[in-house]
Write a new protein. Structure first.
Length: 174
């Protein structure tokens, strides 16, 4: 005698649908969340901080007297900004901050440029970089909120003071 197919009750169908819905929600929760919206602003500021620090240190190596001391201090300040931004990125994402967002080009020329073809960076280059960083940080601070807005506003103020006060007072032409 053939067995009878099981009958499906409304209760079984609803229970099965509830289990499937719970599995769908659990599976969706296991995916990687999108990066926070503030991450791009923080990463850009981090890259600029590192670049400014390196540039100021390089120019300080060839400067003399008070100007060298001011540039060294600016390099240290920008390195501190980079550390604060990296710490905030770690807090925001739970992952290490990127070490660099740009990779050297594979299509780069194989021979290094001669020193005569590429002039060494100058104090004016540092001022331009600090001005760009200040403008970028101030723009980002206006659209962020809370601690991140304050952090970027502080960085903007520090960069502005560095190029308008510190470098002007150091006799940058000497």
């Amino acid at each position: 005698m053939p067995s009878r197919p099981p009958t499906l009750s409304r209760r079984r169908v609803l229970a099965g649908a509830a289990v499937l819905a719970a599995l769908g929600v659990a599976g969706a929760g296991c995916g990687t969340p999108p990066p926070p919206a503030d991450l791009d602003d923080l990463t850009t500021a981090l890259d600029r901080s590192r670049s400014d620090s390196d540039l100021a240190a390089e120019v300080a190596d060839s400067a003399k007297g008070k100007l060298a001391a001011v540039l060294t201090d600016i390099a240290a300040q920008r390195a501190a900004h980079a550390q604060a931004l990296a710490d905030e990125i770690v807090r925001l994402t739970g992952h290490q901050a990127p070490t660099a967002t740009t990779e050297p080009s594979a299509a780069a020329p194989t021979s290094a440029p001669t020193p005569a073809s590429v002039p060494p960076p100058t104090v004016d280059d540092v001022i331009g970089a600090l001005r760009t960083s200040a403008d970028s940080a101030a723009k980002s601070a206006r659209v962020l909120s809370g601690y991140r807005a304050g952090l970027l506003a502080s960085i903007a103020a520090s960069c502005t003071a560095a190029y308008t006060v510190a470098l002007a007072g150091a006799g940058r032409g000497r």
